[in-house]
Design a binder for this molecule. Structure first.
Ligand SMILES: Cc1ncc(COP(=O)(O)OP(=O)(O)O)c(N)n1
Ligand SMILES: Cc1nc(C(=O)O)sc1CCOP(=O)(O)O
Ligand SMILES: [Mg+2]
Length: 220
């Protein structure tokens, strides 16, 4: 399989759902199934933080979620854990600035999808040069989901990157809901990434549909 094209990546980023066991109030499998039914375009397995799984338990859980994604043709991305992504033959990985060398990870995963978190122009240029397929930019708004999240930055960086002609696919992340997703798209994002808006919803299916409607309306 060749590297994913810019156009394919842009469309996959439209509604990016991220989740681990500690993000859910009900069975994670059920949340994921509802999110898929509601229209997510890509899924990231992010098992970290308080009470998160490790070892064989984490592997089996990831395998289960991957099989749900595969059966519904939703790409399955692994956060941070390159070994796990390779062991599961995941569709890709997402890494941040503290998760090792982008160049090294690109070498290890071959043509799989590679997402990189960036917070400024220097990180953006390096990530692109080192082989990122897309950028995660955040936190757009205040979030309590990520324990070590930086200060909210709004859509300033996304807007600036588009202004200077950077075309790499971008997803905004952090504190995004159906009420505040529109500016991310209006300022040049190709999609939004969410955890709690879907994972903690009373009705994950409804929240997913609502988010997707907001995103679709914002592209016009
Ligand atoms: C799509 C997307 N964007 C950003 C992140 C954050 O990655 P990182 O900064 O490495 O933080 P952790 O998620 O590992 O805590 C992401 N996971 N996904
Ligand atoms: C995983 C993650 N990364 C962020 C970043 O800023 O890079 S913010 C974040 C948490 C997103 O969760 P929620 O949608 O519940 O706010
Ligand atoms: Mg990380």
């Amino acid at each position: 399989m060749p590297r994913i094209s810019k156009e394919q990546m842009q469309s996959l980023l439209k509604l990016y759902f991220i989740m681990g066991s500690n993000n859910c109030r009900i069975e994670p499998e059920l949340v994921l199934q509802q999110a898929i039914e509601g229209g997510i375009s890509i899924f990231q397995f992010r098992e970290k933080g308080t009470d998160s799984m490790a070892g064989e338990e984490k592997y089996q859980f990831a395998k289960q979620l991957k099989s749900i994604c595969i059966s519904q043709k939703i790409p399955f991305i692994v956060n941070d854990d390159i070994e796990l992504a390779l062991a599961l033959d995941a569709d890709g990985v997402h890494i941040g600035q503290d998760d090792g060398s982008v160049k090294e990870v690109r070498k290890r995963i071959g043509d799989k999808i590679l997402g990189v978190s960036t917070h400024n122009l220097e990180e953006v240029h390096s990530a692109i040069a080192d082989g990122a397929d897309y950028l995660g930019i955040g936190p757009i708004y205040t979030t309590t989901t990520k324990e070590d999240a930086k200060k909210a930055q709004g859509t300033t960086l996304i807007k600036e990157l588009r202004r200077i002609g950077i075309e790499i696919p971008i997803v905004g992340i952090g504190g995004i809901t159906s009420e505040n997703a529109a500016p991310v798209i209006e300022n040049g994002g190709n999609g939004v990434a969410v955890i709690s808006e879907i994972s903690l919803a009373d009705h994950p299916l409804e929240n997913t549909r609502r988010l997707l409607n907001t995103i679709n309306d914002s592209f016009i």
